[in-house]
Design a binder for this molecule. Structure first.
Ligand SMILES: Nc1ncnc2c1ncn2[C@@H]1O[C@H](COP(=O)(O)OP(=O)(O)OP(=O)(O)O)[C@@H](O)[C@H]1O
Ligand SMILES: [Mg+2]
Length: 87
């Protein structure tokens, strides 16, 4: 599993927008994407909820809420386990 991180000390730099674009691009070429949500405002979860409402969410993308390091590690391991059972 490849790990891509969008991070910046500056707010509103476009991290979430870049992640959404990357996610959509990978899903469109058939890749499975695990999104790790580490923002308390849950922008990725809101994105998914909106997409589900208009029937536009690609089931190849999965969101794991992980706003603490221990949760992030557990989410990463969970995503890897899921990926390894897909092949
Ligand atoms: N729905 C929207 N409508 C209009 N402008 C938006 C919308 N969502 C984000 N923006 C603007 O687009 C820019 C990039 O937003 P984005 O959420 O991708 O940045 P970010 O780096 O993830 O921000 P944060 O530090 O708050 O997580 C910001 O200037 C933001 O105000
Ligand atoms: Mg953001």
């Amino acid at each position: 599993m490849k790990l891509i991180t969008c991070c910046s000390f500056k707010g509103g730099a476009g991290k979430t927008t870049a992640l959404m674009g990357l996610c959509a691009a990978y899903a469109s070429i058939g890749r499975r994407v695990a999104l790790f949500e580490a923002d308390n405002n849950r922008p990725l979860t809101r994105w998914k909820d909106n997409a589900l409402r208009s029937n536009a969410w690609d089931p190849r993308c999965e969101i794991f809420v992980a706003d603490e390091m221990s949760l992030l590690e557990a989410a990463y391991e969970g995503a890897e386990r899921q990926a390894s059972t897909m092949h």
